[in-house]
Design a protein around this ligand. Structure first.
Ligand SMILES: Nc1nc2c(ncn2[C@@H]2O[C@H](COP(=O)(O)OP(=O)(O)OP(=O)(O)O)[C@@H](O)[C@H]2O)c(=O)[nH]1
Ligand SMILES: [Mg+2]
Length: 572
């Protein structure tokens, strides 16, 4: 099952012609293979030269032309293939292990104003029920997933609103929460935060949950406002609006084994032989642009392999997307280092990769490693095997951890996988909590700034008395009152009912907002803004003025009817 998904998730780029390597995407410095590494006095390792790069691009283009036309053969193939100018990365690459999603909690249902009307029960009293709570949006780990690919299709997630309250004391039903499934290893960040910033959450184990967007509280019906002094309240609240938020998701692979090595070493080929995954394999560097996962079943035991894109010199500082690739290796328990035997300098390659790991994160360098000397079927390679093995041993790699394989023919691969399995068994299970703590510590050391809390998170502990007043008196005089609780209160006030308007007025006075405004010099006729609400300030708080103003405003807005009668049998 998992293997299947993997294949889907890592569909080869031909299906997405805009992925052409030789597209404008490569003009972007970050994407250019070998960007920043074109110095001549680099280490002995042969990195991608300009010619090789050109060749790779040409090959990629050819591959796309031959592979892509068939599927997009609608006569407009050419247009399809042209990447949209200004797009930084091809869609496939961007979305595989990062995603940006929108979540909105459901609005609360509105409260109801109703009175009991029954034969022989005069003045039956208020009976309007409360609205139901809106659903919340949660992220939940689903171990069956292994990529954020699903978020290419759906970006917006909205929970259902609560049902409105009804008469006869009927409360509205609460809406169901919306669970958005994410793969294990998903990291949640506030929108636009970079890697260094403190994540909002890390979802690692199956069943882990994170509340992204809380649903709104249901509005109270008039039954809830009944008191000894006001036995027949004619007001109800709107439901609280559900919160909306954009978040960034990032997936850190949680594979057991990471396959690393220079570009074109045969990493993807190895993955394709040990698992059912079908990564793209081709004879040019940077065939693989996004990590592929594959599940290997050996002796009824599963091991997850990840084929990481080829590493470049300078990967540790981000060259060739190095950061993003190396990051994936961090959670692997073991690394298989594939060395290309046909390379002019296999030992140089080996050392260079090691150095990159070391520079990126010393812990990576000391991670258990196996070396797979690849392409043994080619004489160029097998001739030097003994020699290279000796050199590797001299470098401190245990002889037992060095294997000669031919990924293409499969020779030696089973032995390698068995050895990998055996070594995994000797390793402790990864303690994710400890790993996270270590990561946090590192982040702290680097002085990373913790990210801001999600905008507009529900702070139920905020009091109405907590507010601030700002003014803009340059043009028309405007006063801004800001405060979580007062803004929520304004939003939930249903101005259709005079009593609600009056209640709002009373709260302004009781909370000290009114006096704060006056202390700052508010004048009659100034505009006061609280959240989405705007009204004209008036110091005259007498009942008749208030009612008149409310009535006129309603009329001006063309609203007549609801809520004008304060009590069903009272006329006028
Ligand atoms: N002769 C021979 N060729 C091999 C062997 N393994 C891989 N190759 C070839 O090497 C080339 C590169 O293989 P890939 O698996 O795409 O290499 P990679 O390491 O994934 O490369 P990037 O993803 O570009 O970093 C392909 O043409 C493979 O057919 C092998 O054991 N013997
Ligand atoms: Mg590859």
């Amino acid at each position: 099952m998992r293997g299947k998904r993997t294949q889907q998730a890592t569909a080869p780029p031909e299906e997405f012609p805009e992925l052409a390597l030789g597209s404008e995407a490569f003009e972007d410095e970050e994407w250019a293979p070998g960007a920043g590494s074109d110095d001549d006095d680099g280490p002995a390792a042969v990195w991608v030269t300009h010619e090789q790069e050109e060749a790779a691009l040409a090959a990629a283009e050819a591959a796309v032309v031959s592979g892509g036309t068939a599927e997009y053969g609608e006569g407009e193939g050419d247009e399809e293939k042209t990447p949209v100018a200004g797009k930084r990365l091809p869609a496939e690459v961007r979305c595989f292990d990062t995603a940006r999603i929108y979540a909105k909690g459901g609005d609360g249902g509105r409260g109801c104003v109703a009175f009991r009307r029954e034969k022989y029960v005069p003045r039956g009293g208020p009976s309007g029920g409360n609205g139901g709570h809106g659903g919340s949006v949660y992220l939940e780990v689903d171990p069956a997933l292994n990529s954020l690919m699903t978020f290419r299709r759906q970006v917006h997630f909205r929970a259902d609103p609560g049902t409105p309250g009804q008469g006869s004391d009927m409360h509205g039903a609460n809406a169901k929460d919306l669970l958005v499934k994410v793969p294990p290893g998903t990291i949640v960040r506030a929108r636009g935060d970079d890697d260094e910033a403190e994540p909002l959450a890390e979802l690692l184990r199956p069943g882990d949950r994170f509340l992204v967007a809380p649903g709104g509280r249901g509005g109270r019906g008039n039954l809830a406002f009944k008191s000894a002094r006001n036995t027949a309240p004619a007001l109800a609240e709107f439901g609280e609006k559900g919160q909306e938020v954009w978040i960034d998701l990032e997936l850190k692979l949680v594979a057991d084994v990471g396959i690393i090595g220079c570009p074109n070493a045969g990493k993807s080929t190895l993955l394709s032989v040990v698992s059912a995954a079908k990564p793209k394999i081709a004879n040019y560097p940077f065939t693989t642009l996004v990590p592929n996962l594959g599940v290997c079943n050996l002796d009824y035991r599963t091991t997850v392999f990840a084929d990481v894109p080829g590493l470049l010199e300078g990967a540790h500082v981000g060259v060739g997307l190095g950061h993003q690739f190396l990051r994936h290796c961090q959670r692997c328990r073991l690394l298989v280092h594939v060395v290309d035997g046909t390379s002019p300098d296999p030992m140089g390659d080996f050392r260079a990769i090691r150095q990159e790991l070391e520079l990126f994160n010393p812990e990576l360098a000391v991670k258990p490693q196996m070396v797979a000397y690849n392409k043994m079927d080619v004489p160029d390679s097998s001739d030097y095997w003994e020699d290279i093995k000796e050199q590797l041993v001299a470098e401190g790699v245990p002889a037992g951890d060095i294997y000669a394989i031919s990924a293409v023919s499969g020779r030696g691969v089973t032995e390698l996988v068995r050895a990998v399995r055996a070594m995994l068994d000797t390793l402790p299970e990864v303690d994710l909590t400890a790993a996270l703590e270590a990561e946090d510590e590192r982040r702290e050391q680097r002085g990373a700034v913790p990210s801001a809390p999600l905008p507009g998170r529900r702070d139920t502990d905020k009091r109405i008395g907590e507010f601030s007043v700002e003014s803009d008196l340059s043009g028309p005089r405007v006063w801004f009152v800001r405060g979580t609780a007062i803004e929520r209160f304004a939003q939930m006030t249903d101005w259709g009912y005079y009593e609600a308007a009056r209640r709002f007025q009373r709260v302004l006075v009781a909370s000290g907002i009114d006096s704060a405004l006056r202390a700052k010099g508010v004048l009659d006729g100034d505009t006061v803004v609280i959240g989405d609400l705007e009204f004209e300030y008036s110091s005259d708080k007498s009942e008749s003025t208030m009612y008149d103003r409310w009535f006129k405003e309603r009329r001006a807005a063309g609203i007549v009817g609801r809520g004008q009668a304060r009590w069903p049998h009272v006329t006028g």
